[in-house]
Design a protein around this ligand. Sequence first.
Ligand code: ATR
Length: 289
Amino acid sequence: MSPADADAFPAPRYAVFGQPVSHSLSPAIHAAFARQQAIALRYEAIEAAPEAFADALARFAEGGGRGANVTLPLKQAAVDLCATLGDSARRAGAVNTLVRDGAGWRGENTDGRGLVRDLTERAGLDLRARRTLLIGAGGAARGVAPALLDAGIGDLYIVNRTGARADALADALGEPGRVHSRYLDDIGALGEFELIVHATSAGRGAPPPALPRALLAPRAAVVDLNYGEAAVPFLAWARASGAHDAIDGLGMLVEQAAESFALWHGVRPETDTVYAELRARQNLLVTAD
Ligand code: ATR
């Protein structure tokens, strides 16, 4: 295609919205998937404060935007900007993927499927019947809880600094016999867990909540939805406490991106190569400090 043709037929636009977003790996991941699948697209990172998100998204749509990812802190706000919600977003009450559908946006959430795929296929874990602790009840926790239940975990205990948010998430999941909310302060009395998922944003700023090592059952898997530096403190606690598996959110990031890519382009890219490249880069960054 000549440069003139490229101007006349610009590649379809995609983006990730968030704040901060400049560090996002999503542009690199989607560019790699697009090269692999020989699909022409532009994928950019757009910084948007919560109060500016609606306008920024409207401008993006006017400029030909066909799809977007939504990251912190906009995942719950995105729900209100959608004309329709897919089942995954409705159950999560949070959107990480926007698909242009006629004149409006359809909201989807691929975080949970991405996490489950990373844990079962990349890490080889059998999640079925695992007694599970979910720490946090914000957008990240909401995104993954429904898919964990669908994957067949056992009872799910949700703890959060603000107990009312844990209660609200447990209620929204609609399985009172299986999903329980508890106060973070009572965590020592909850027994052992075979799967622990850290979904607070604490690792990105303040230190993560202090937790007793007695929370870990033998062969427990501990997952931090963060990756890079933000995942280091919690996973260090997990390893020191004897976790059998200590897994950060990098694989989930790649897998949720692949699910979004499939929604937009109708084909699921191969993820292992992109994951391996990012893992090598992350290891360099984390060990360089
Ligand atoms: P995200 O989309 O990353 O989930 P969020 O919706 O703002 O962001 O939610 C942040 C989560 O991290 C919440 O569960 C929050 O607890 P509160 O609901 O009590 O605010 C939790 N969180 C943030 N900082 C924390 C800290 N220092 N200790 C414990 N929990 C923390």
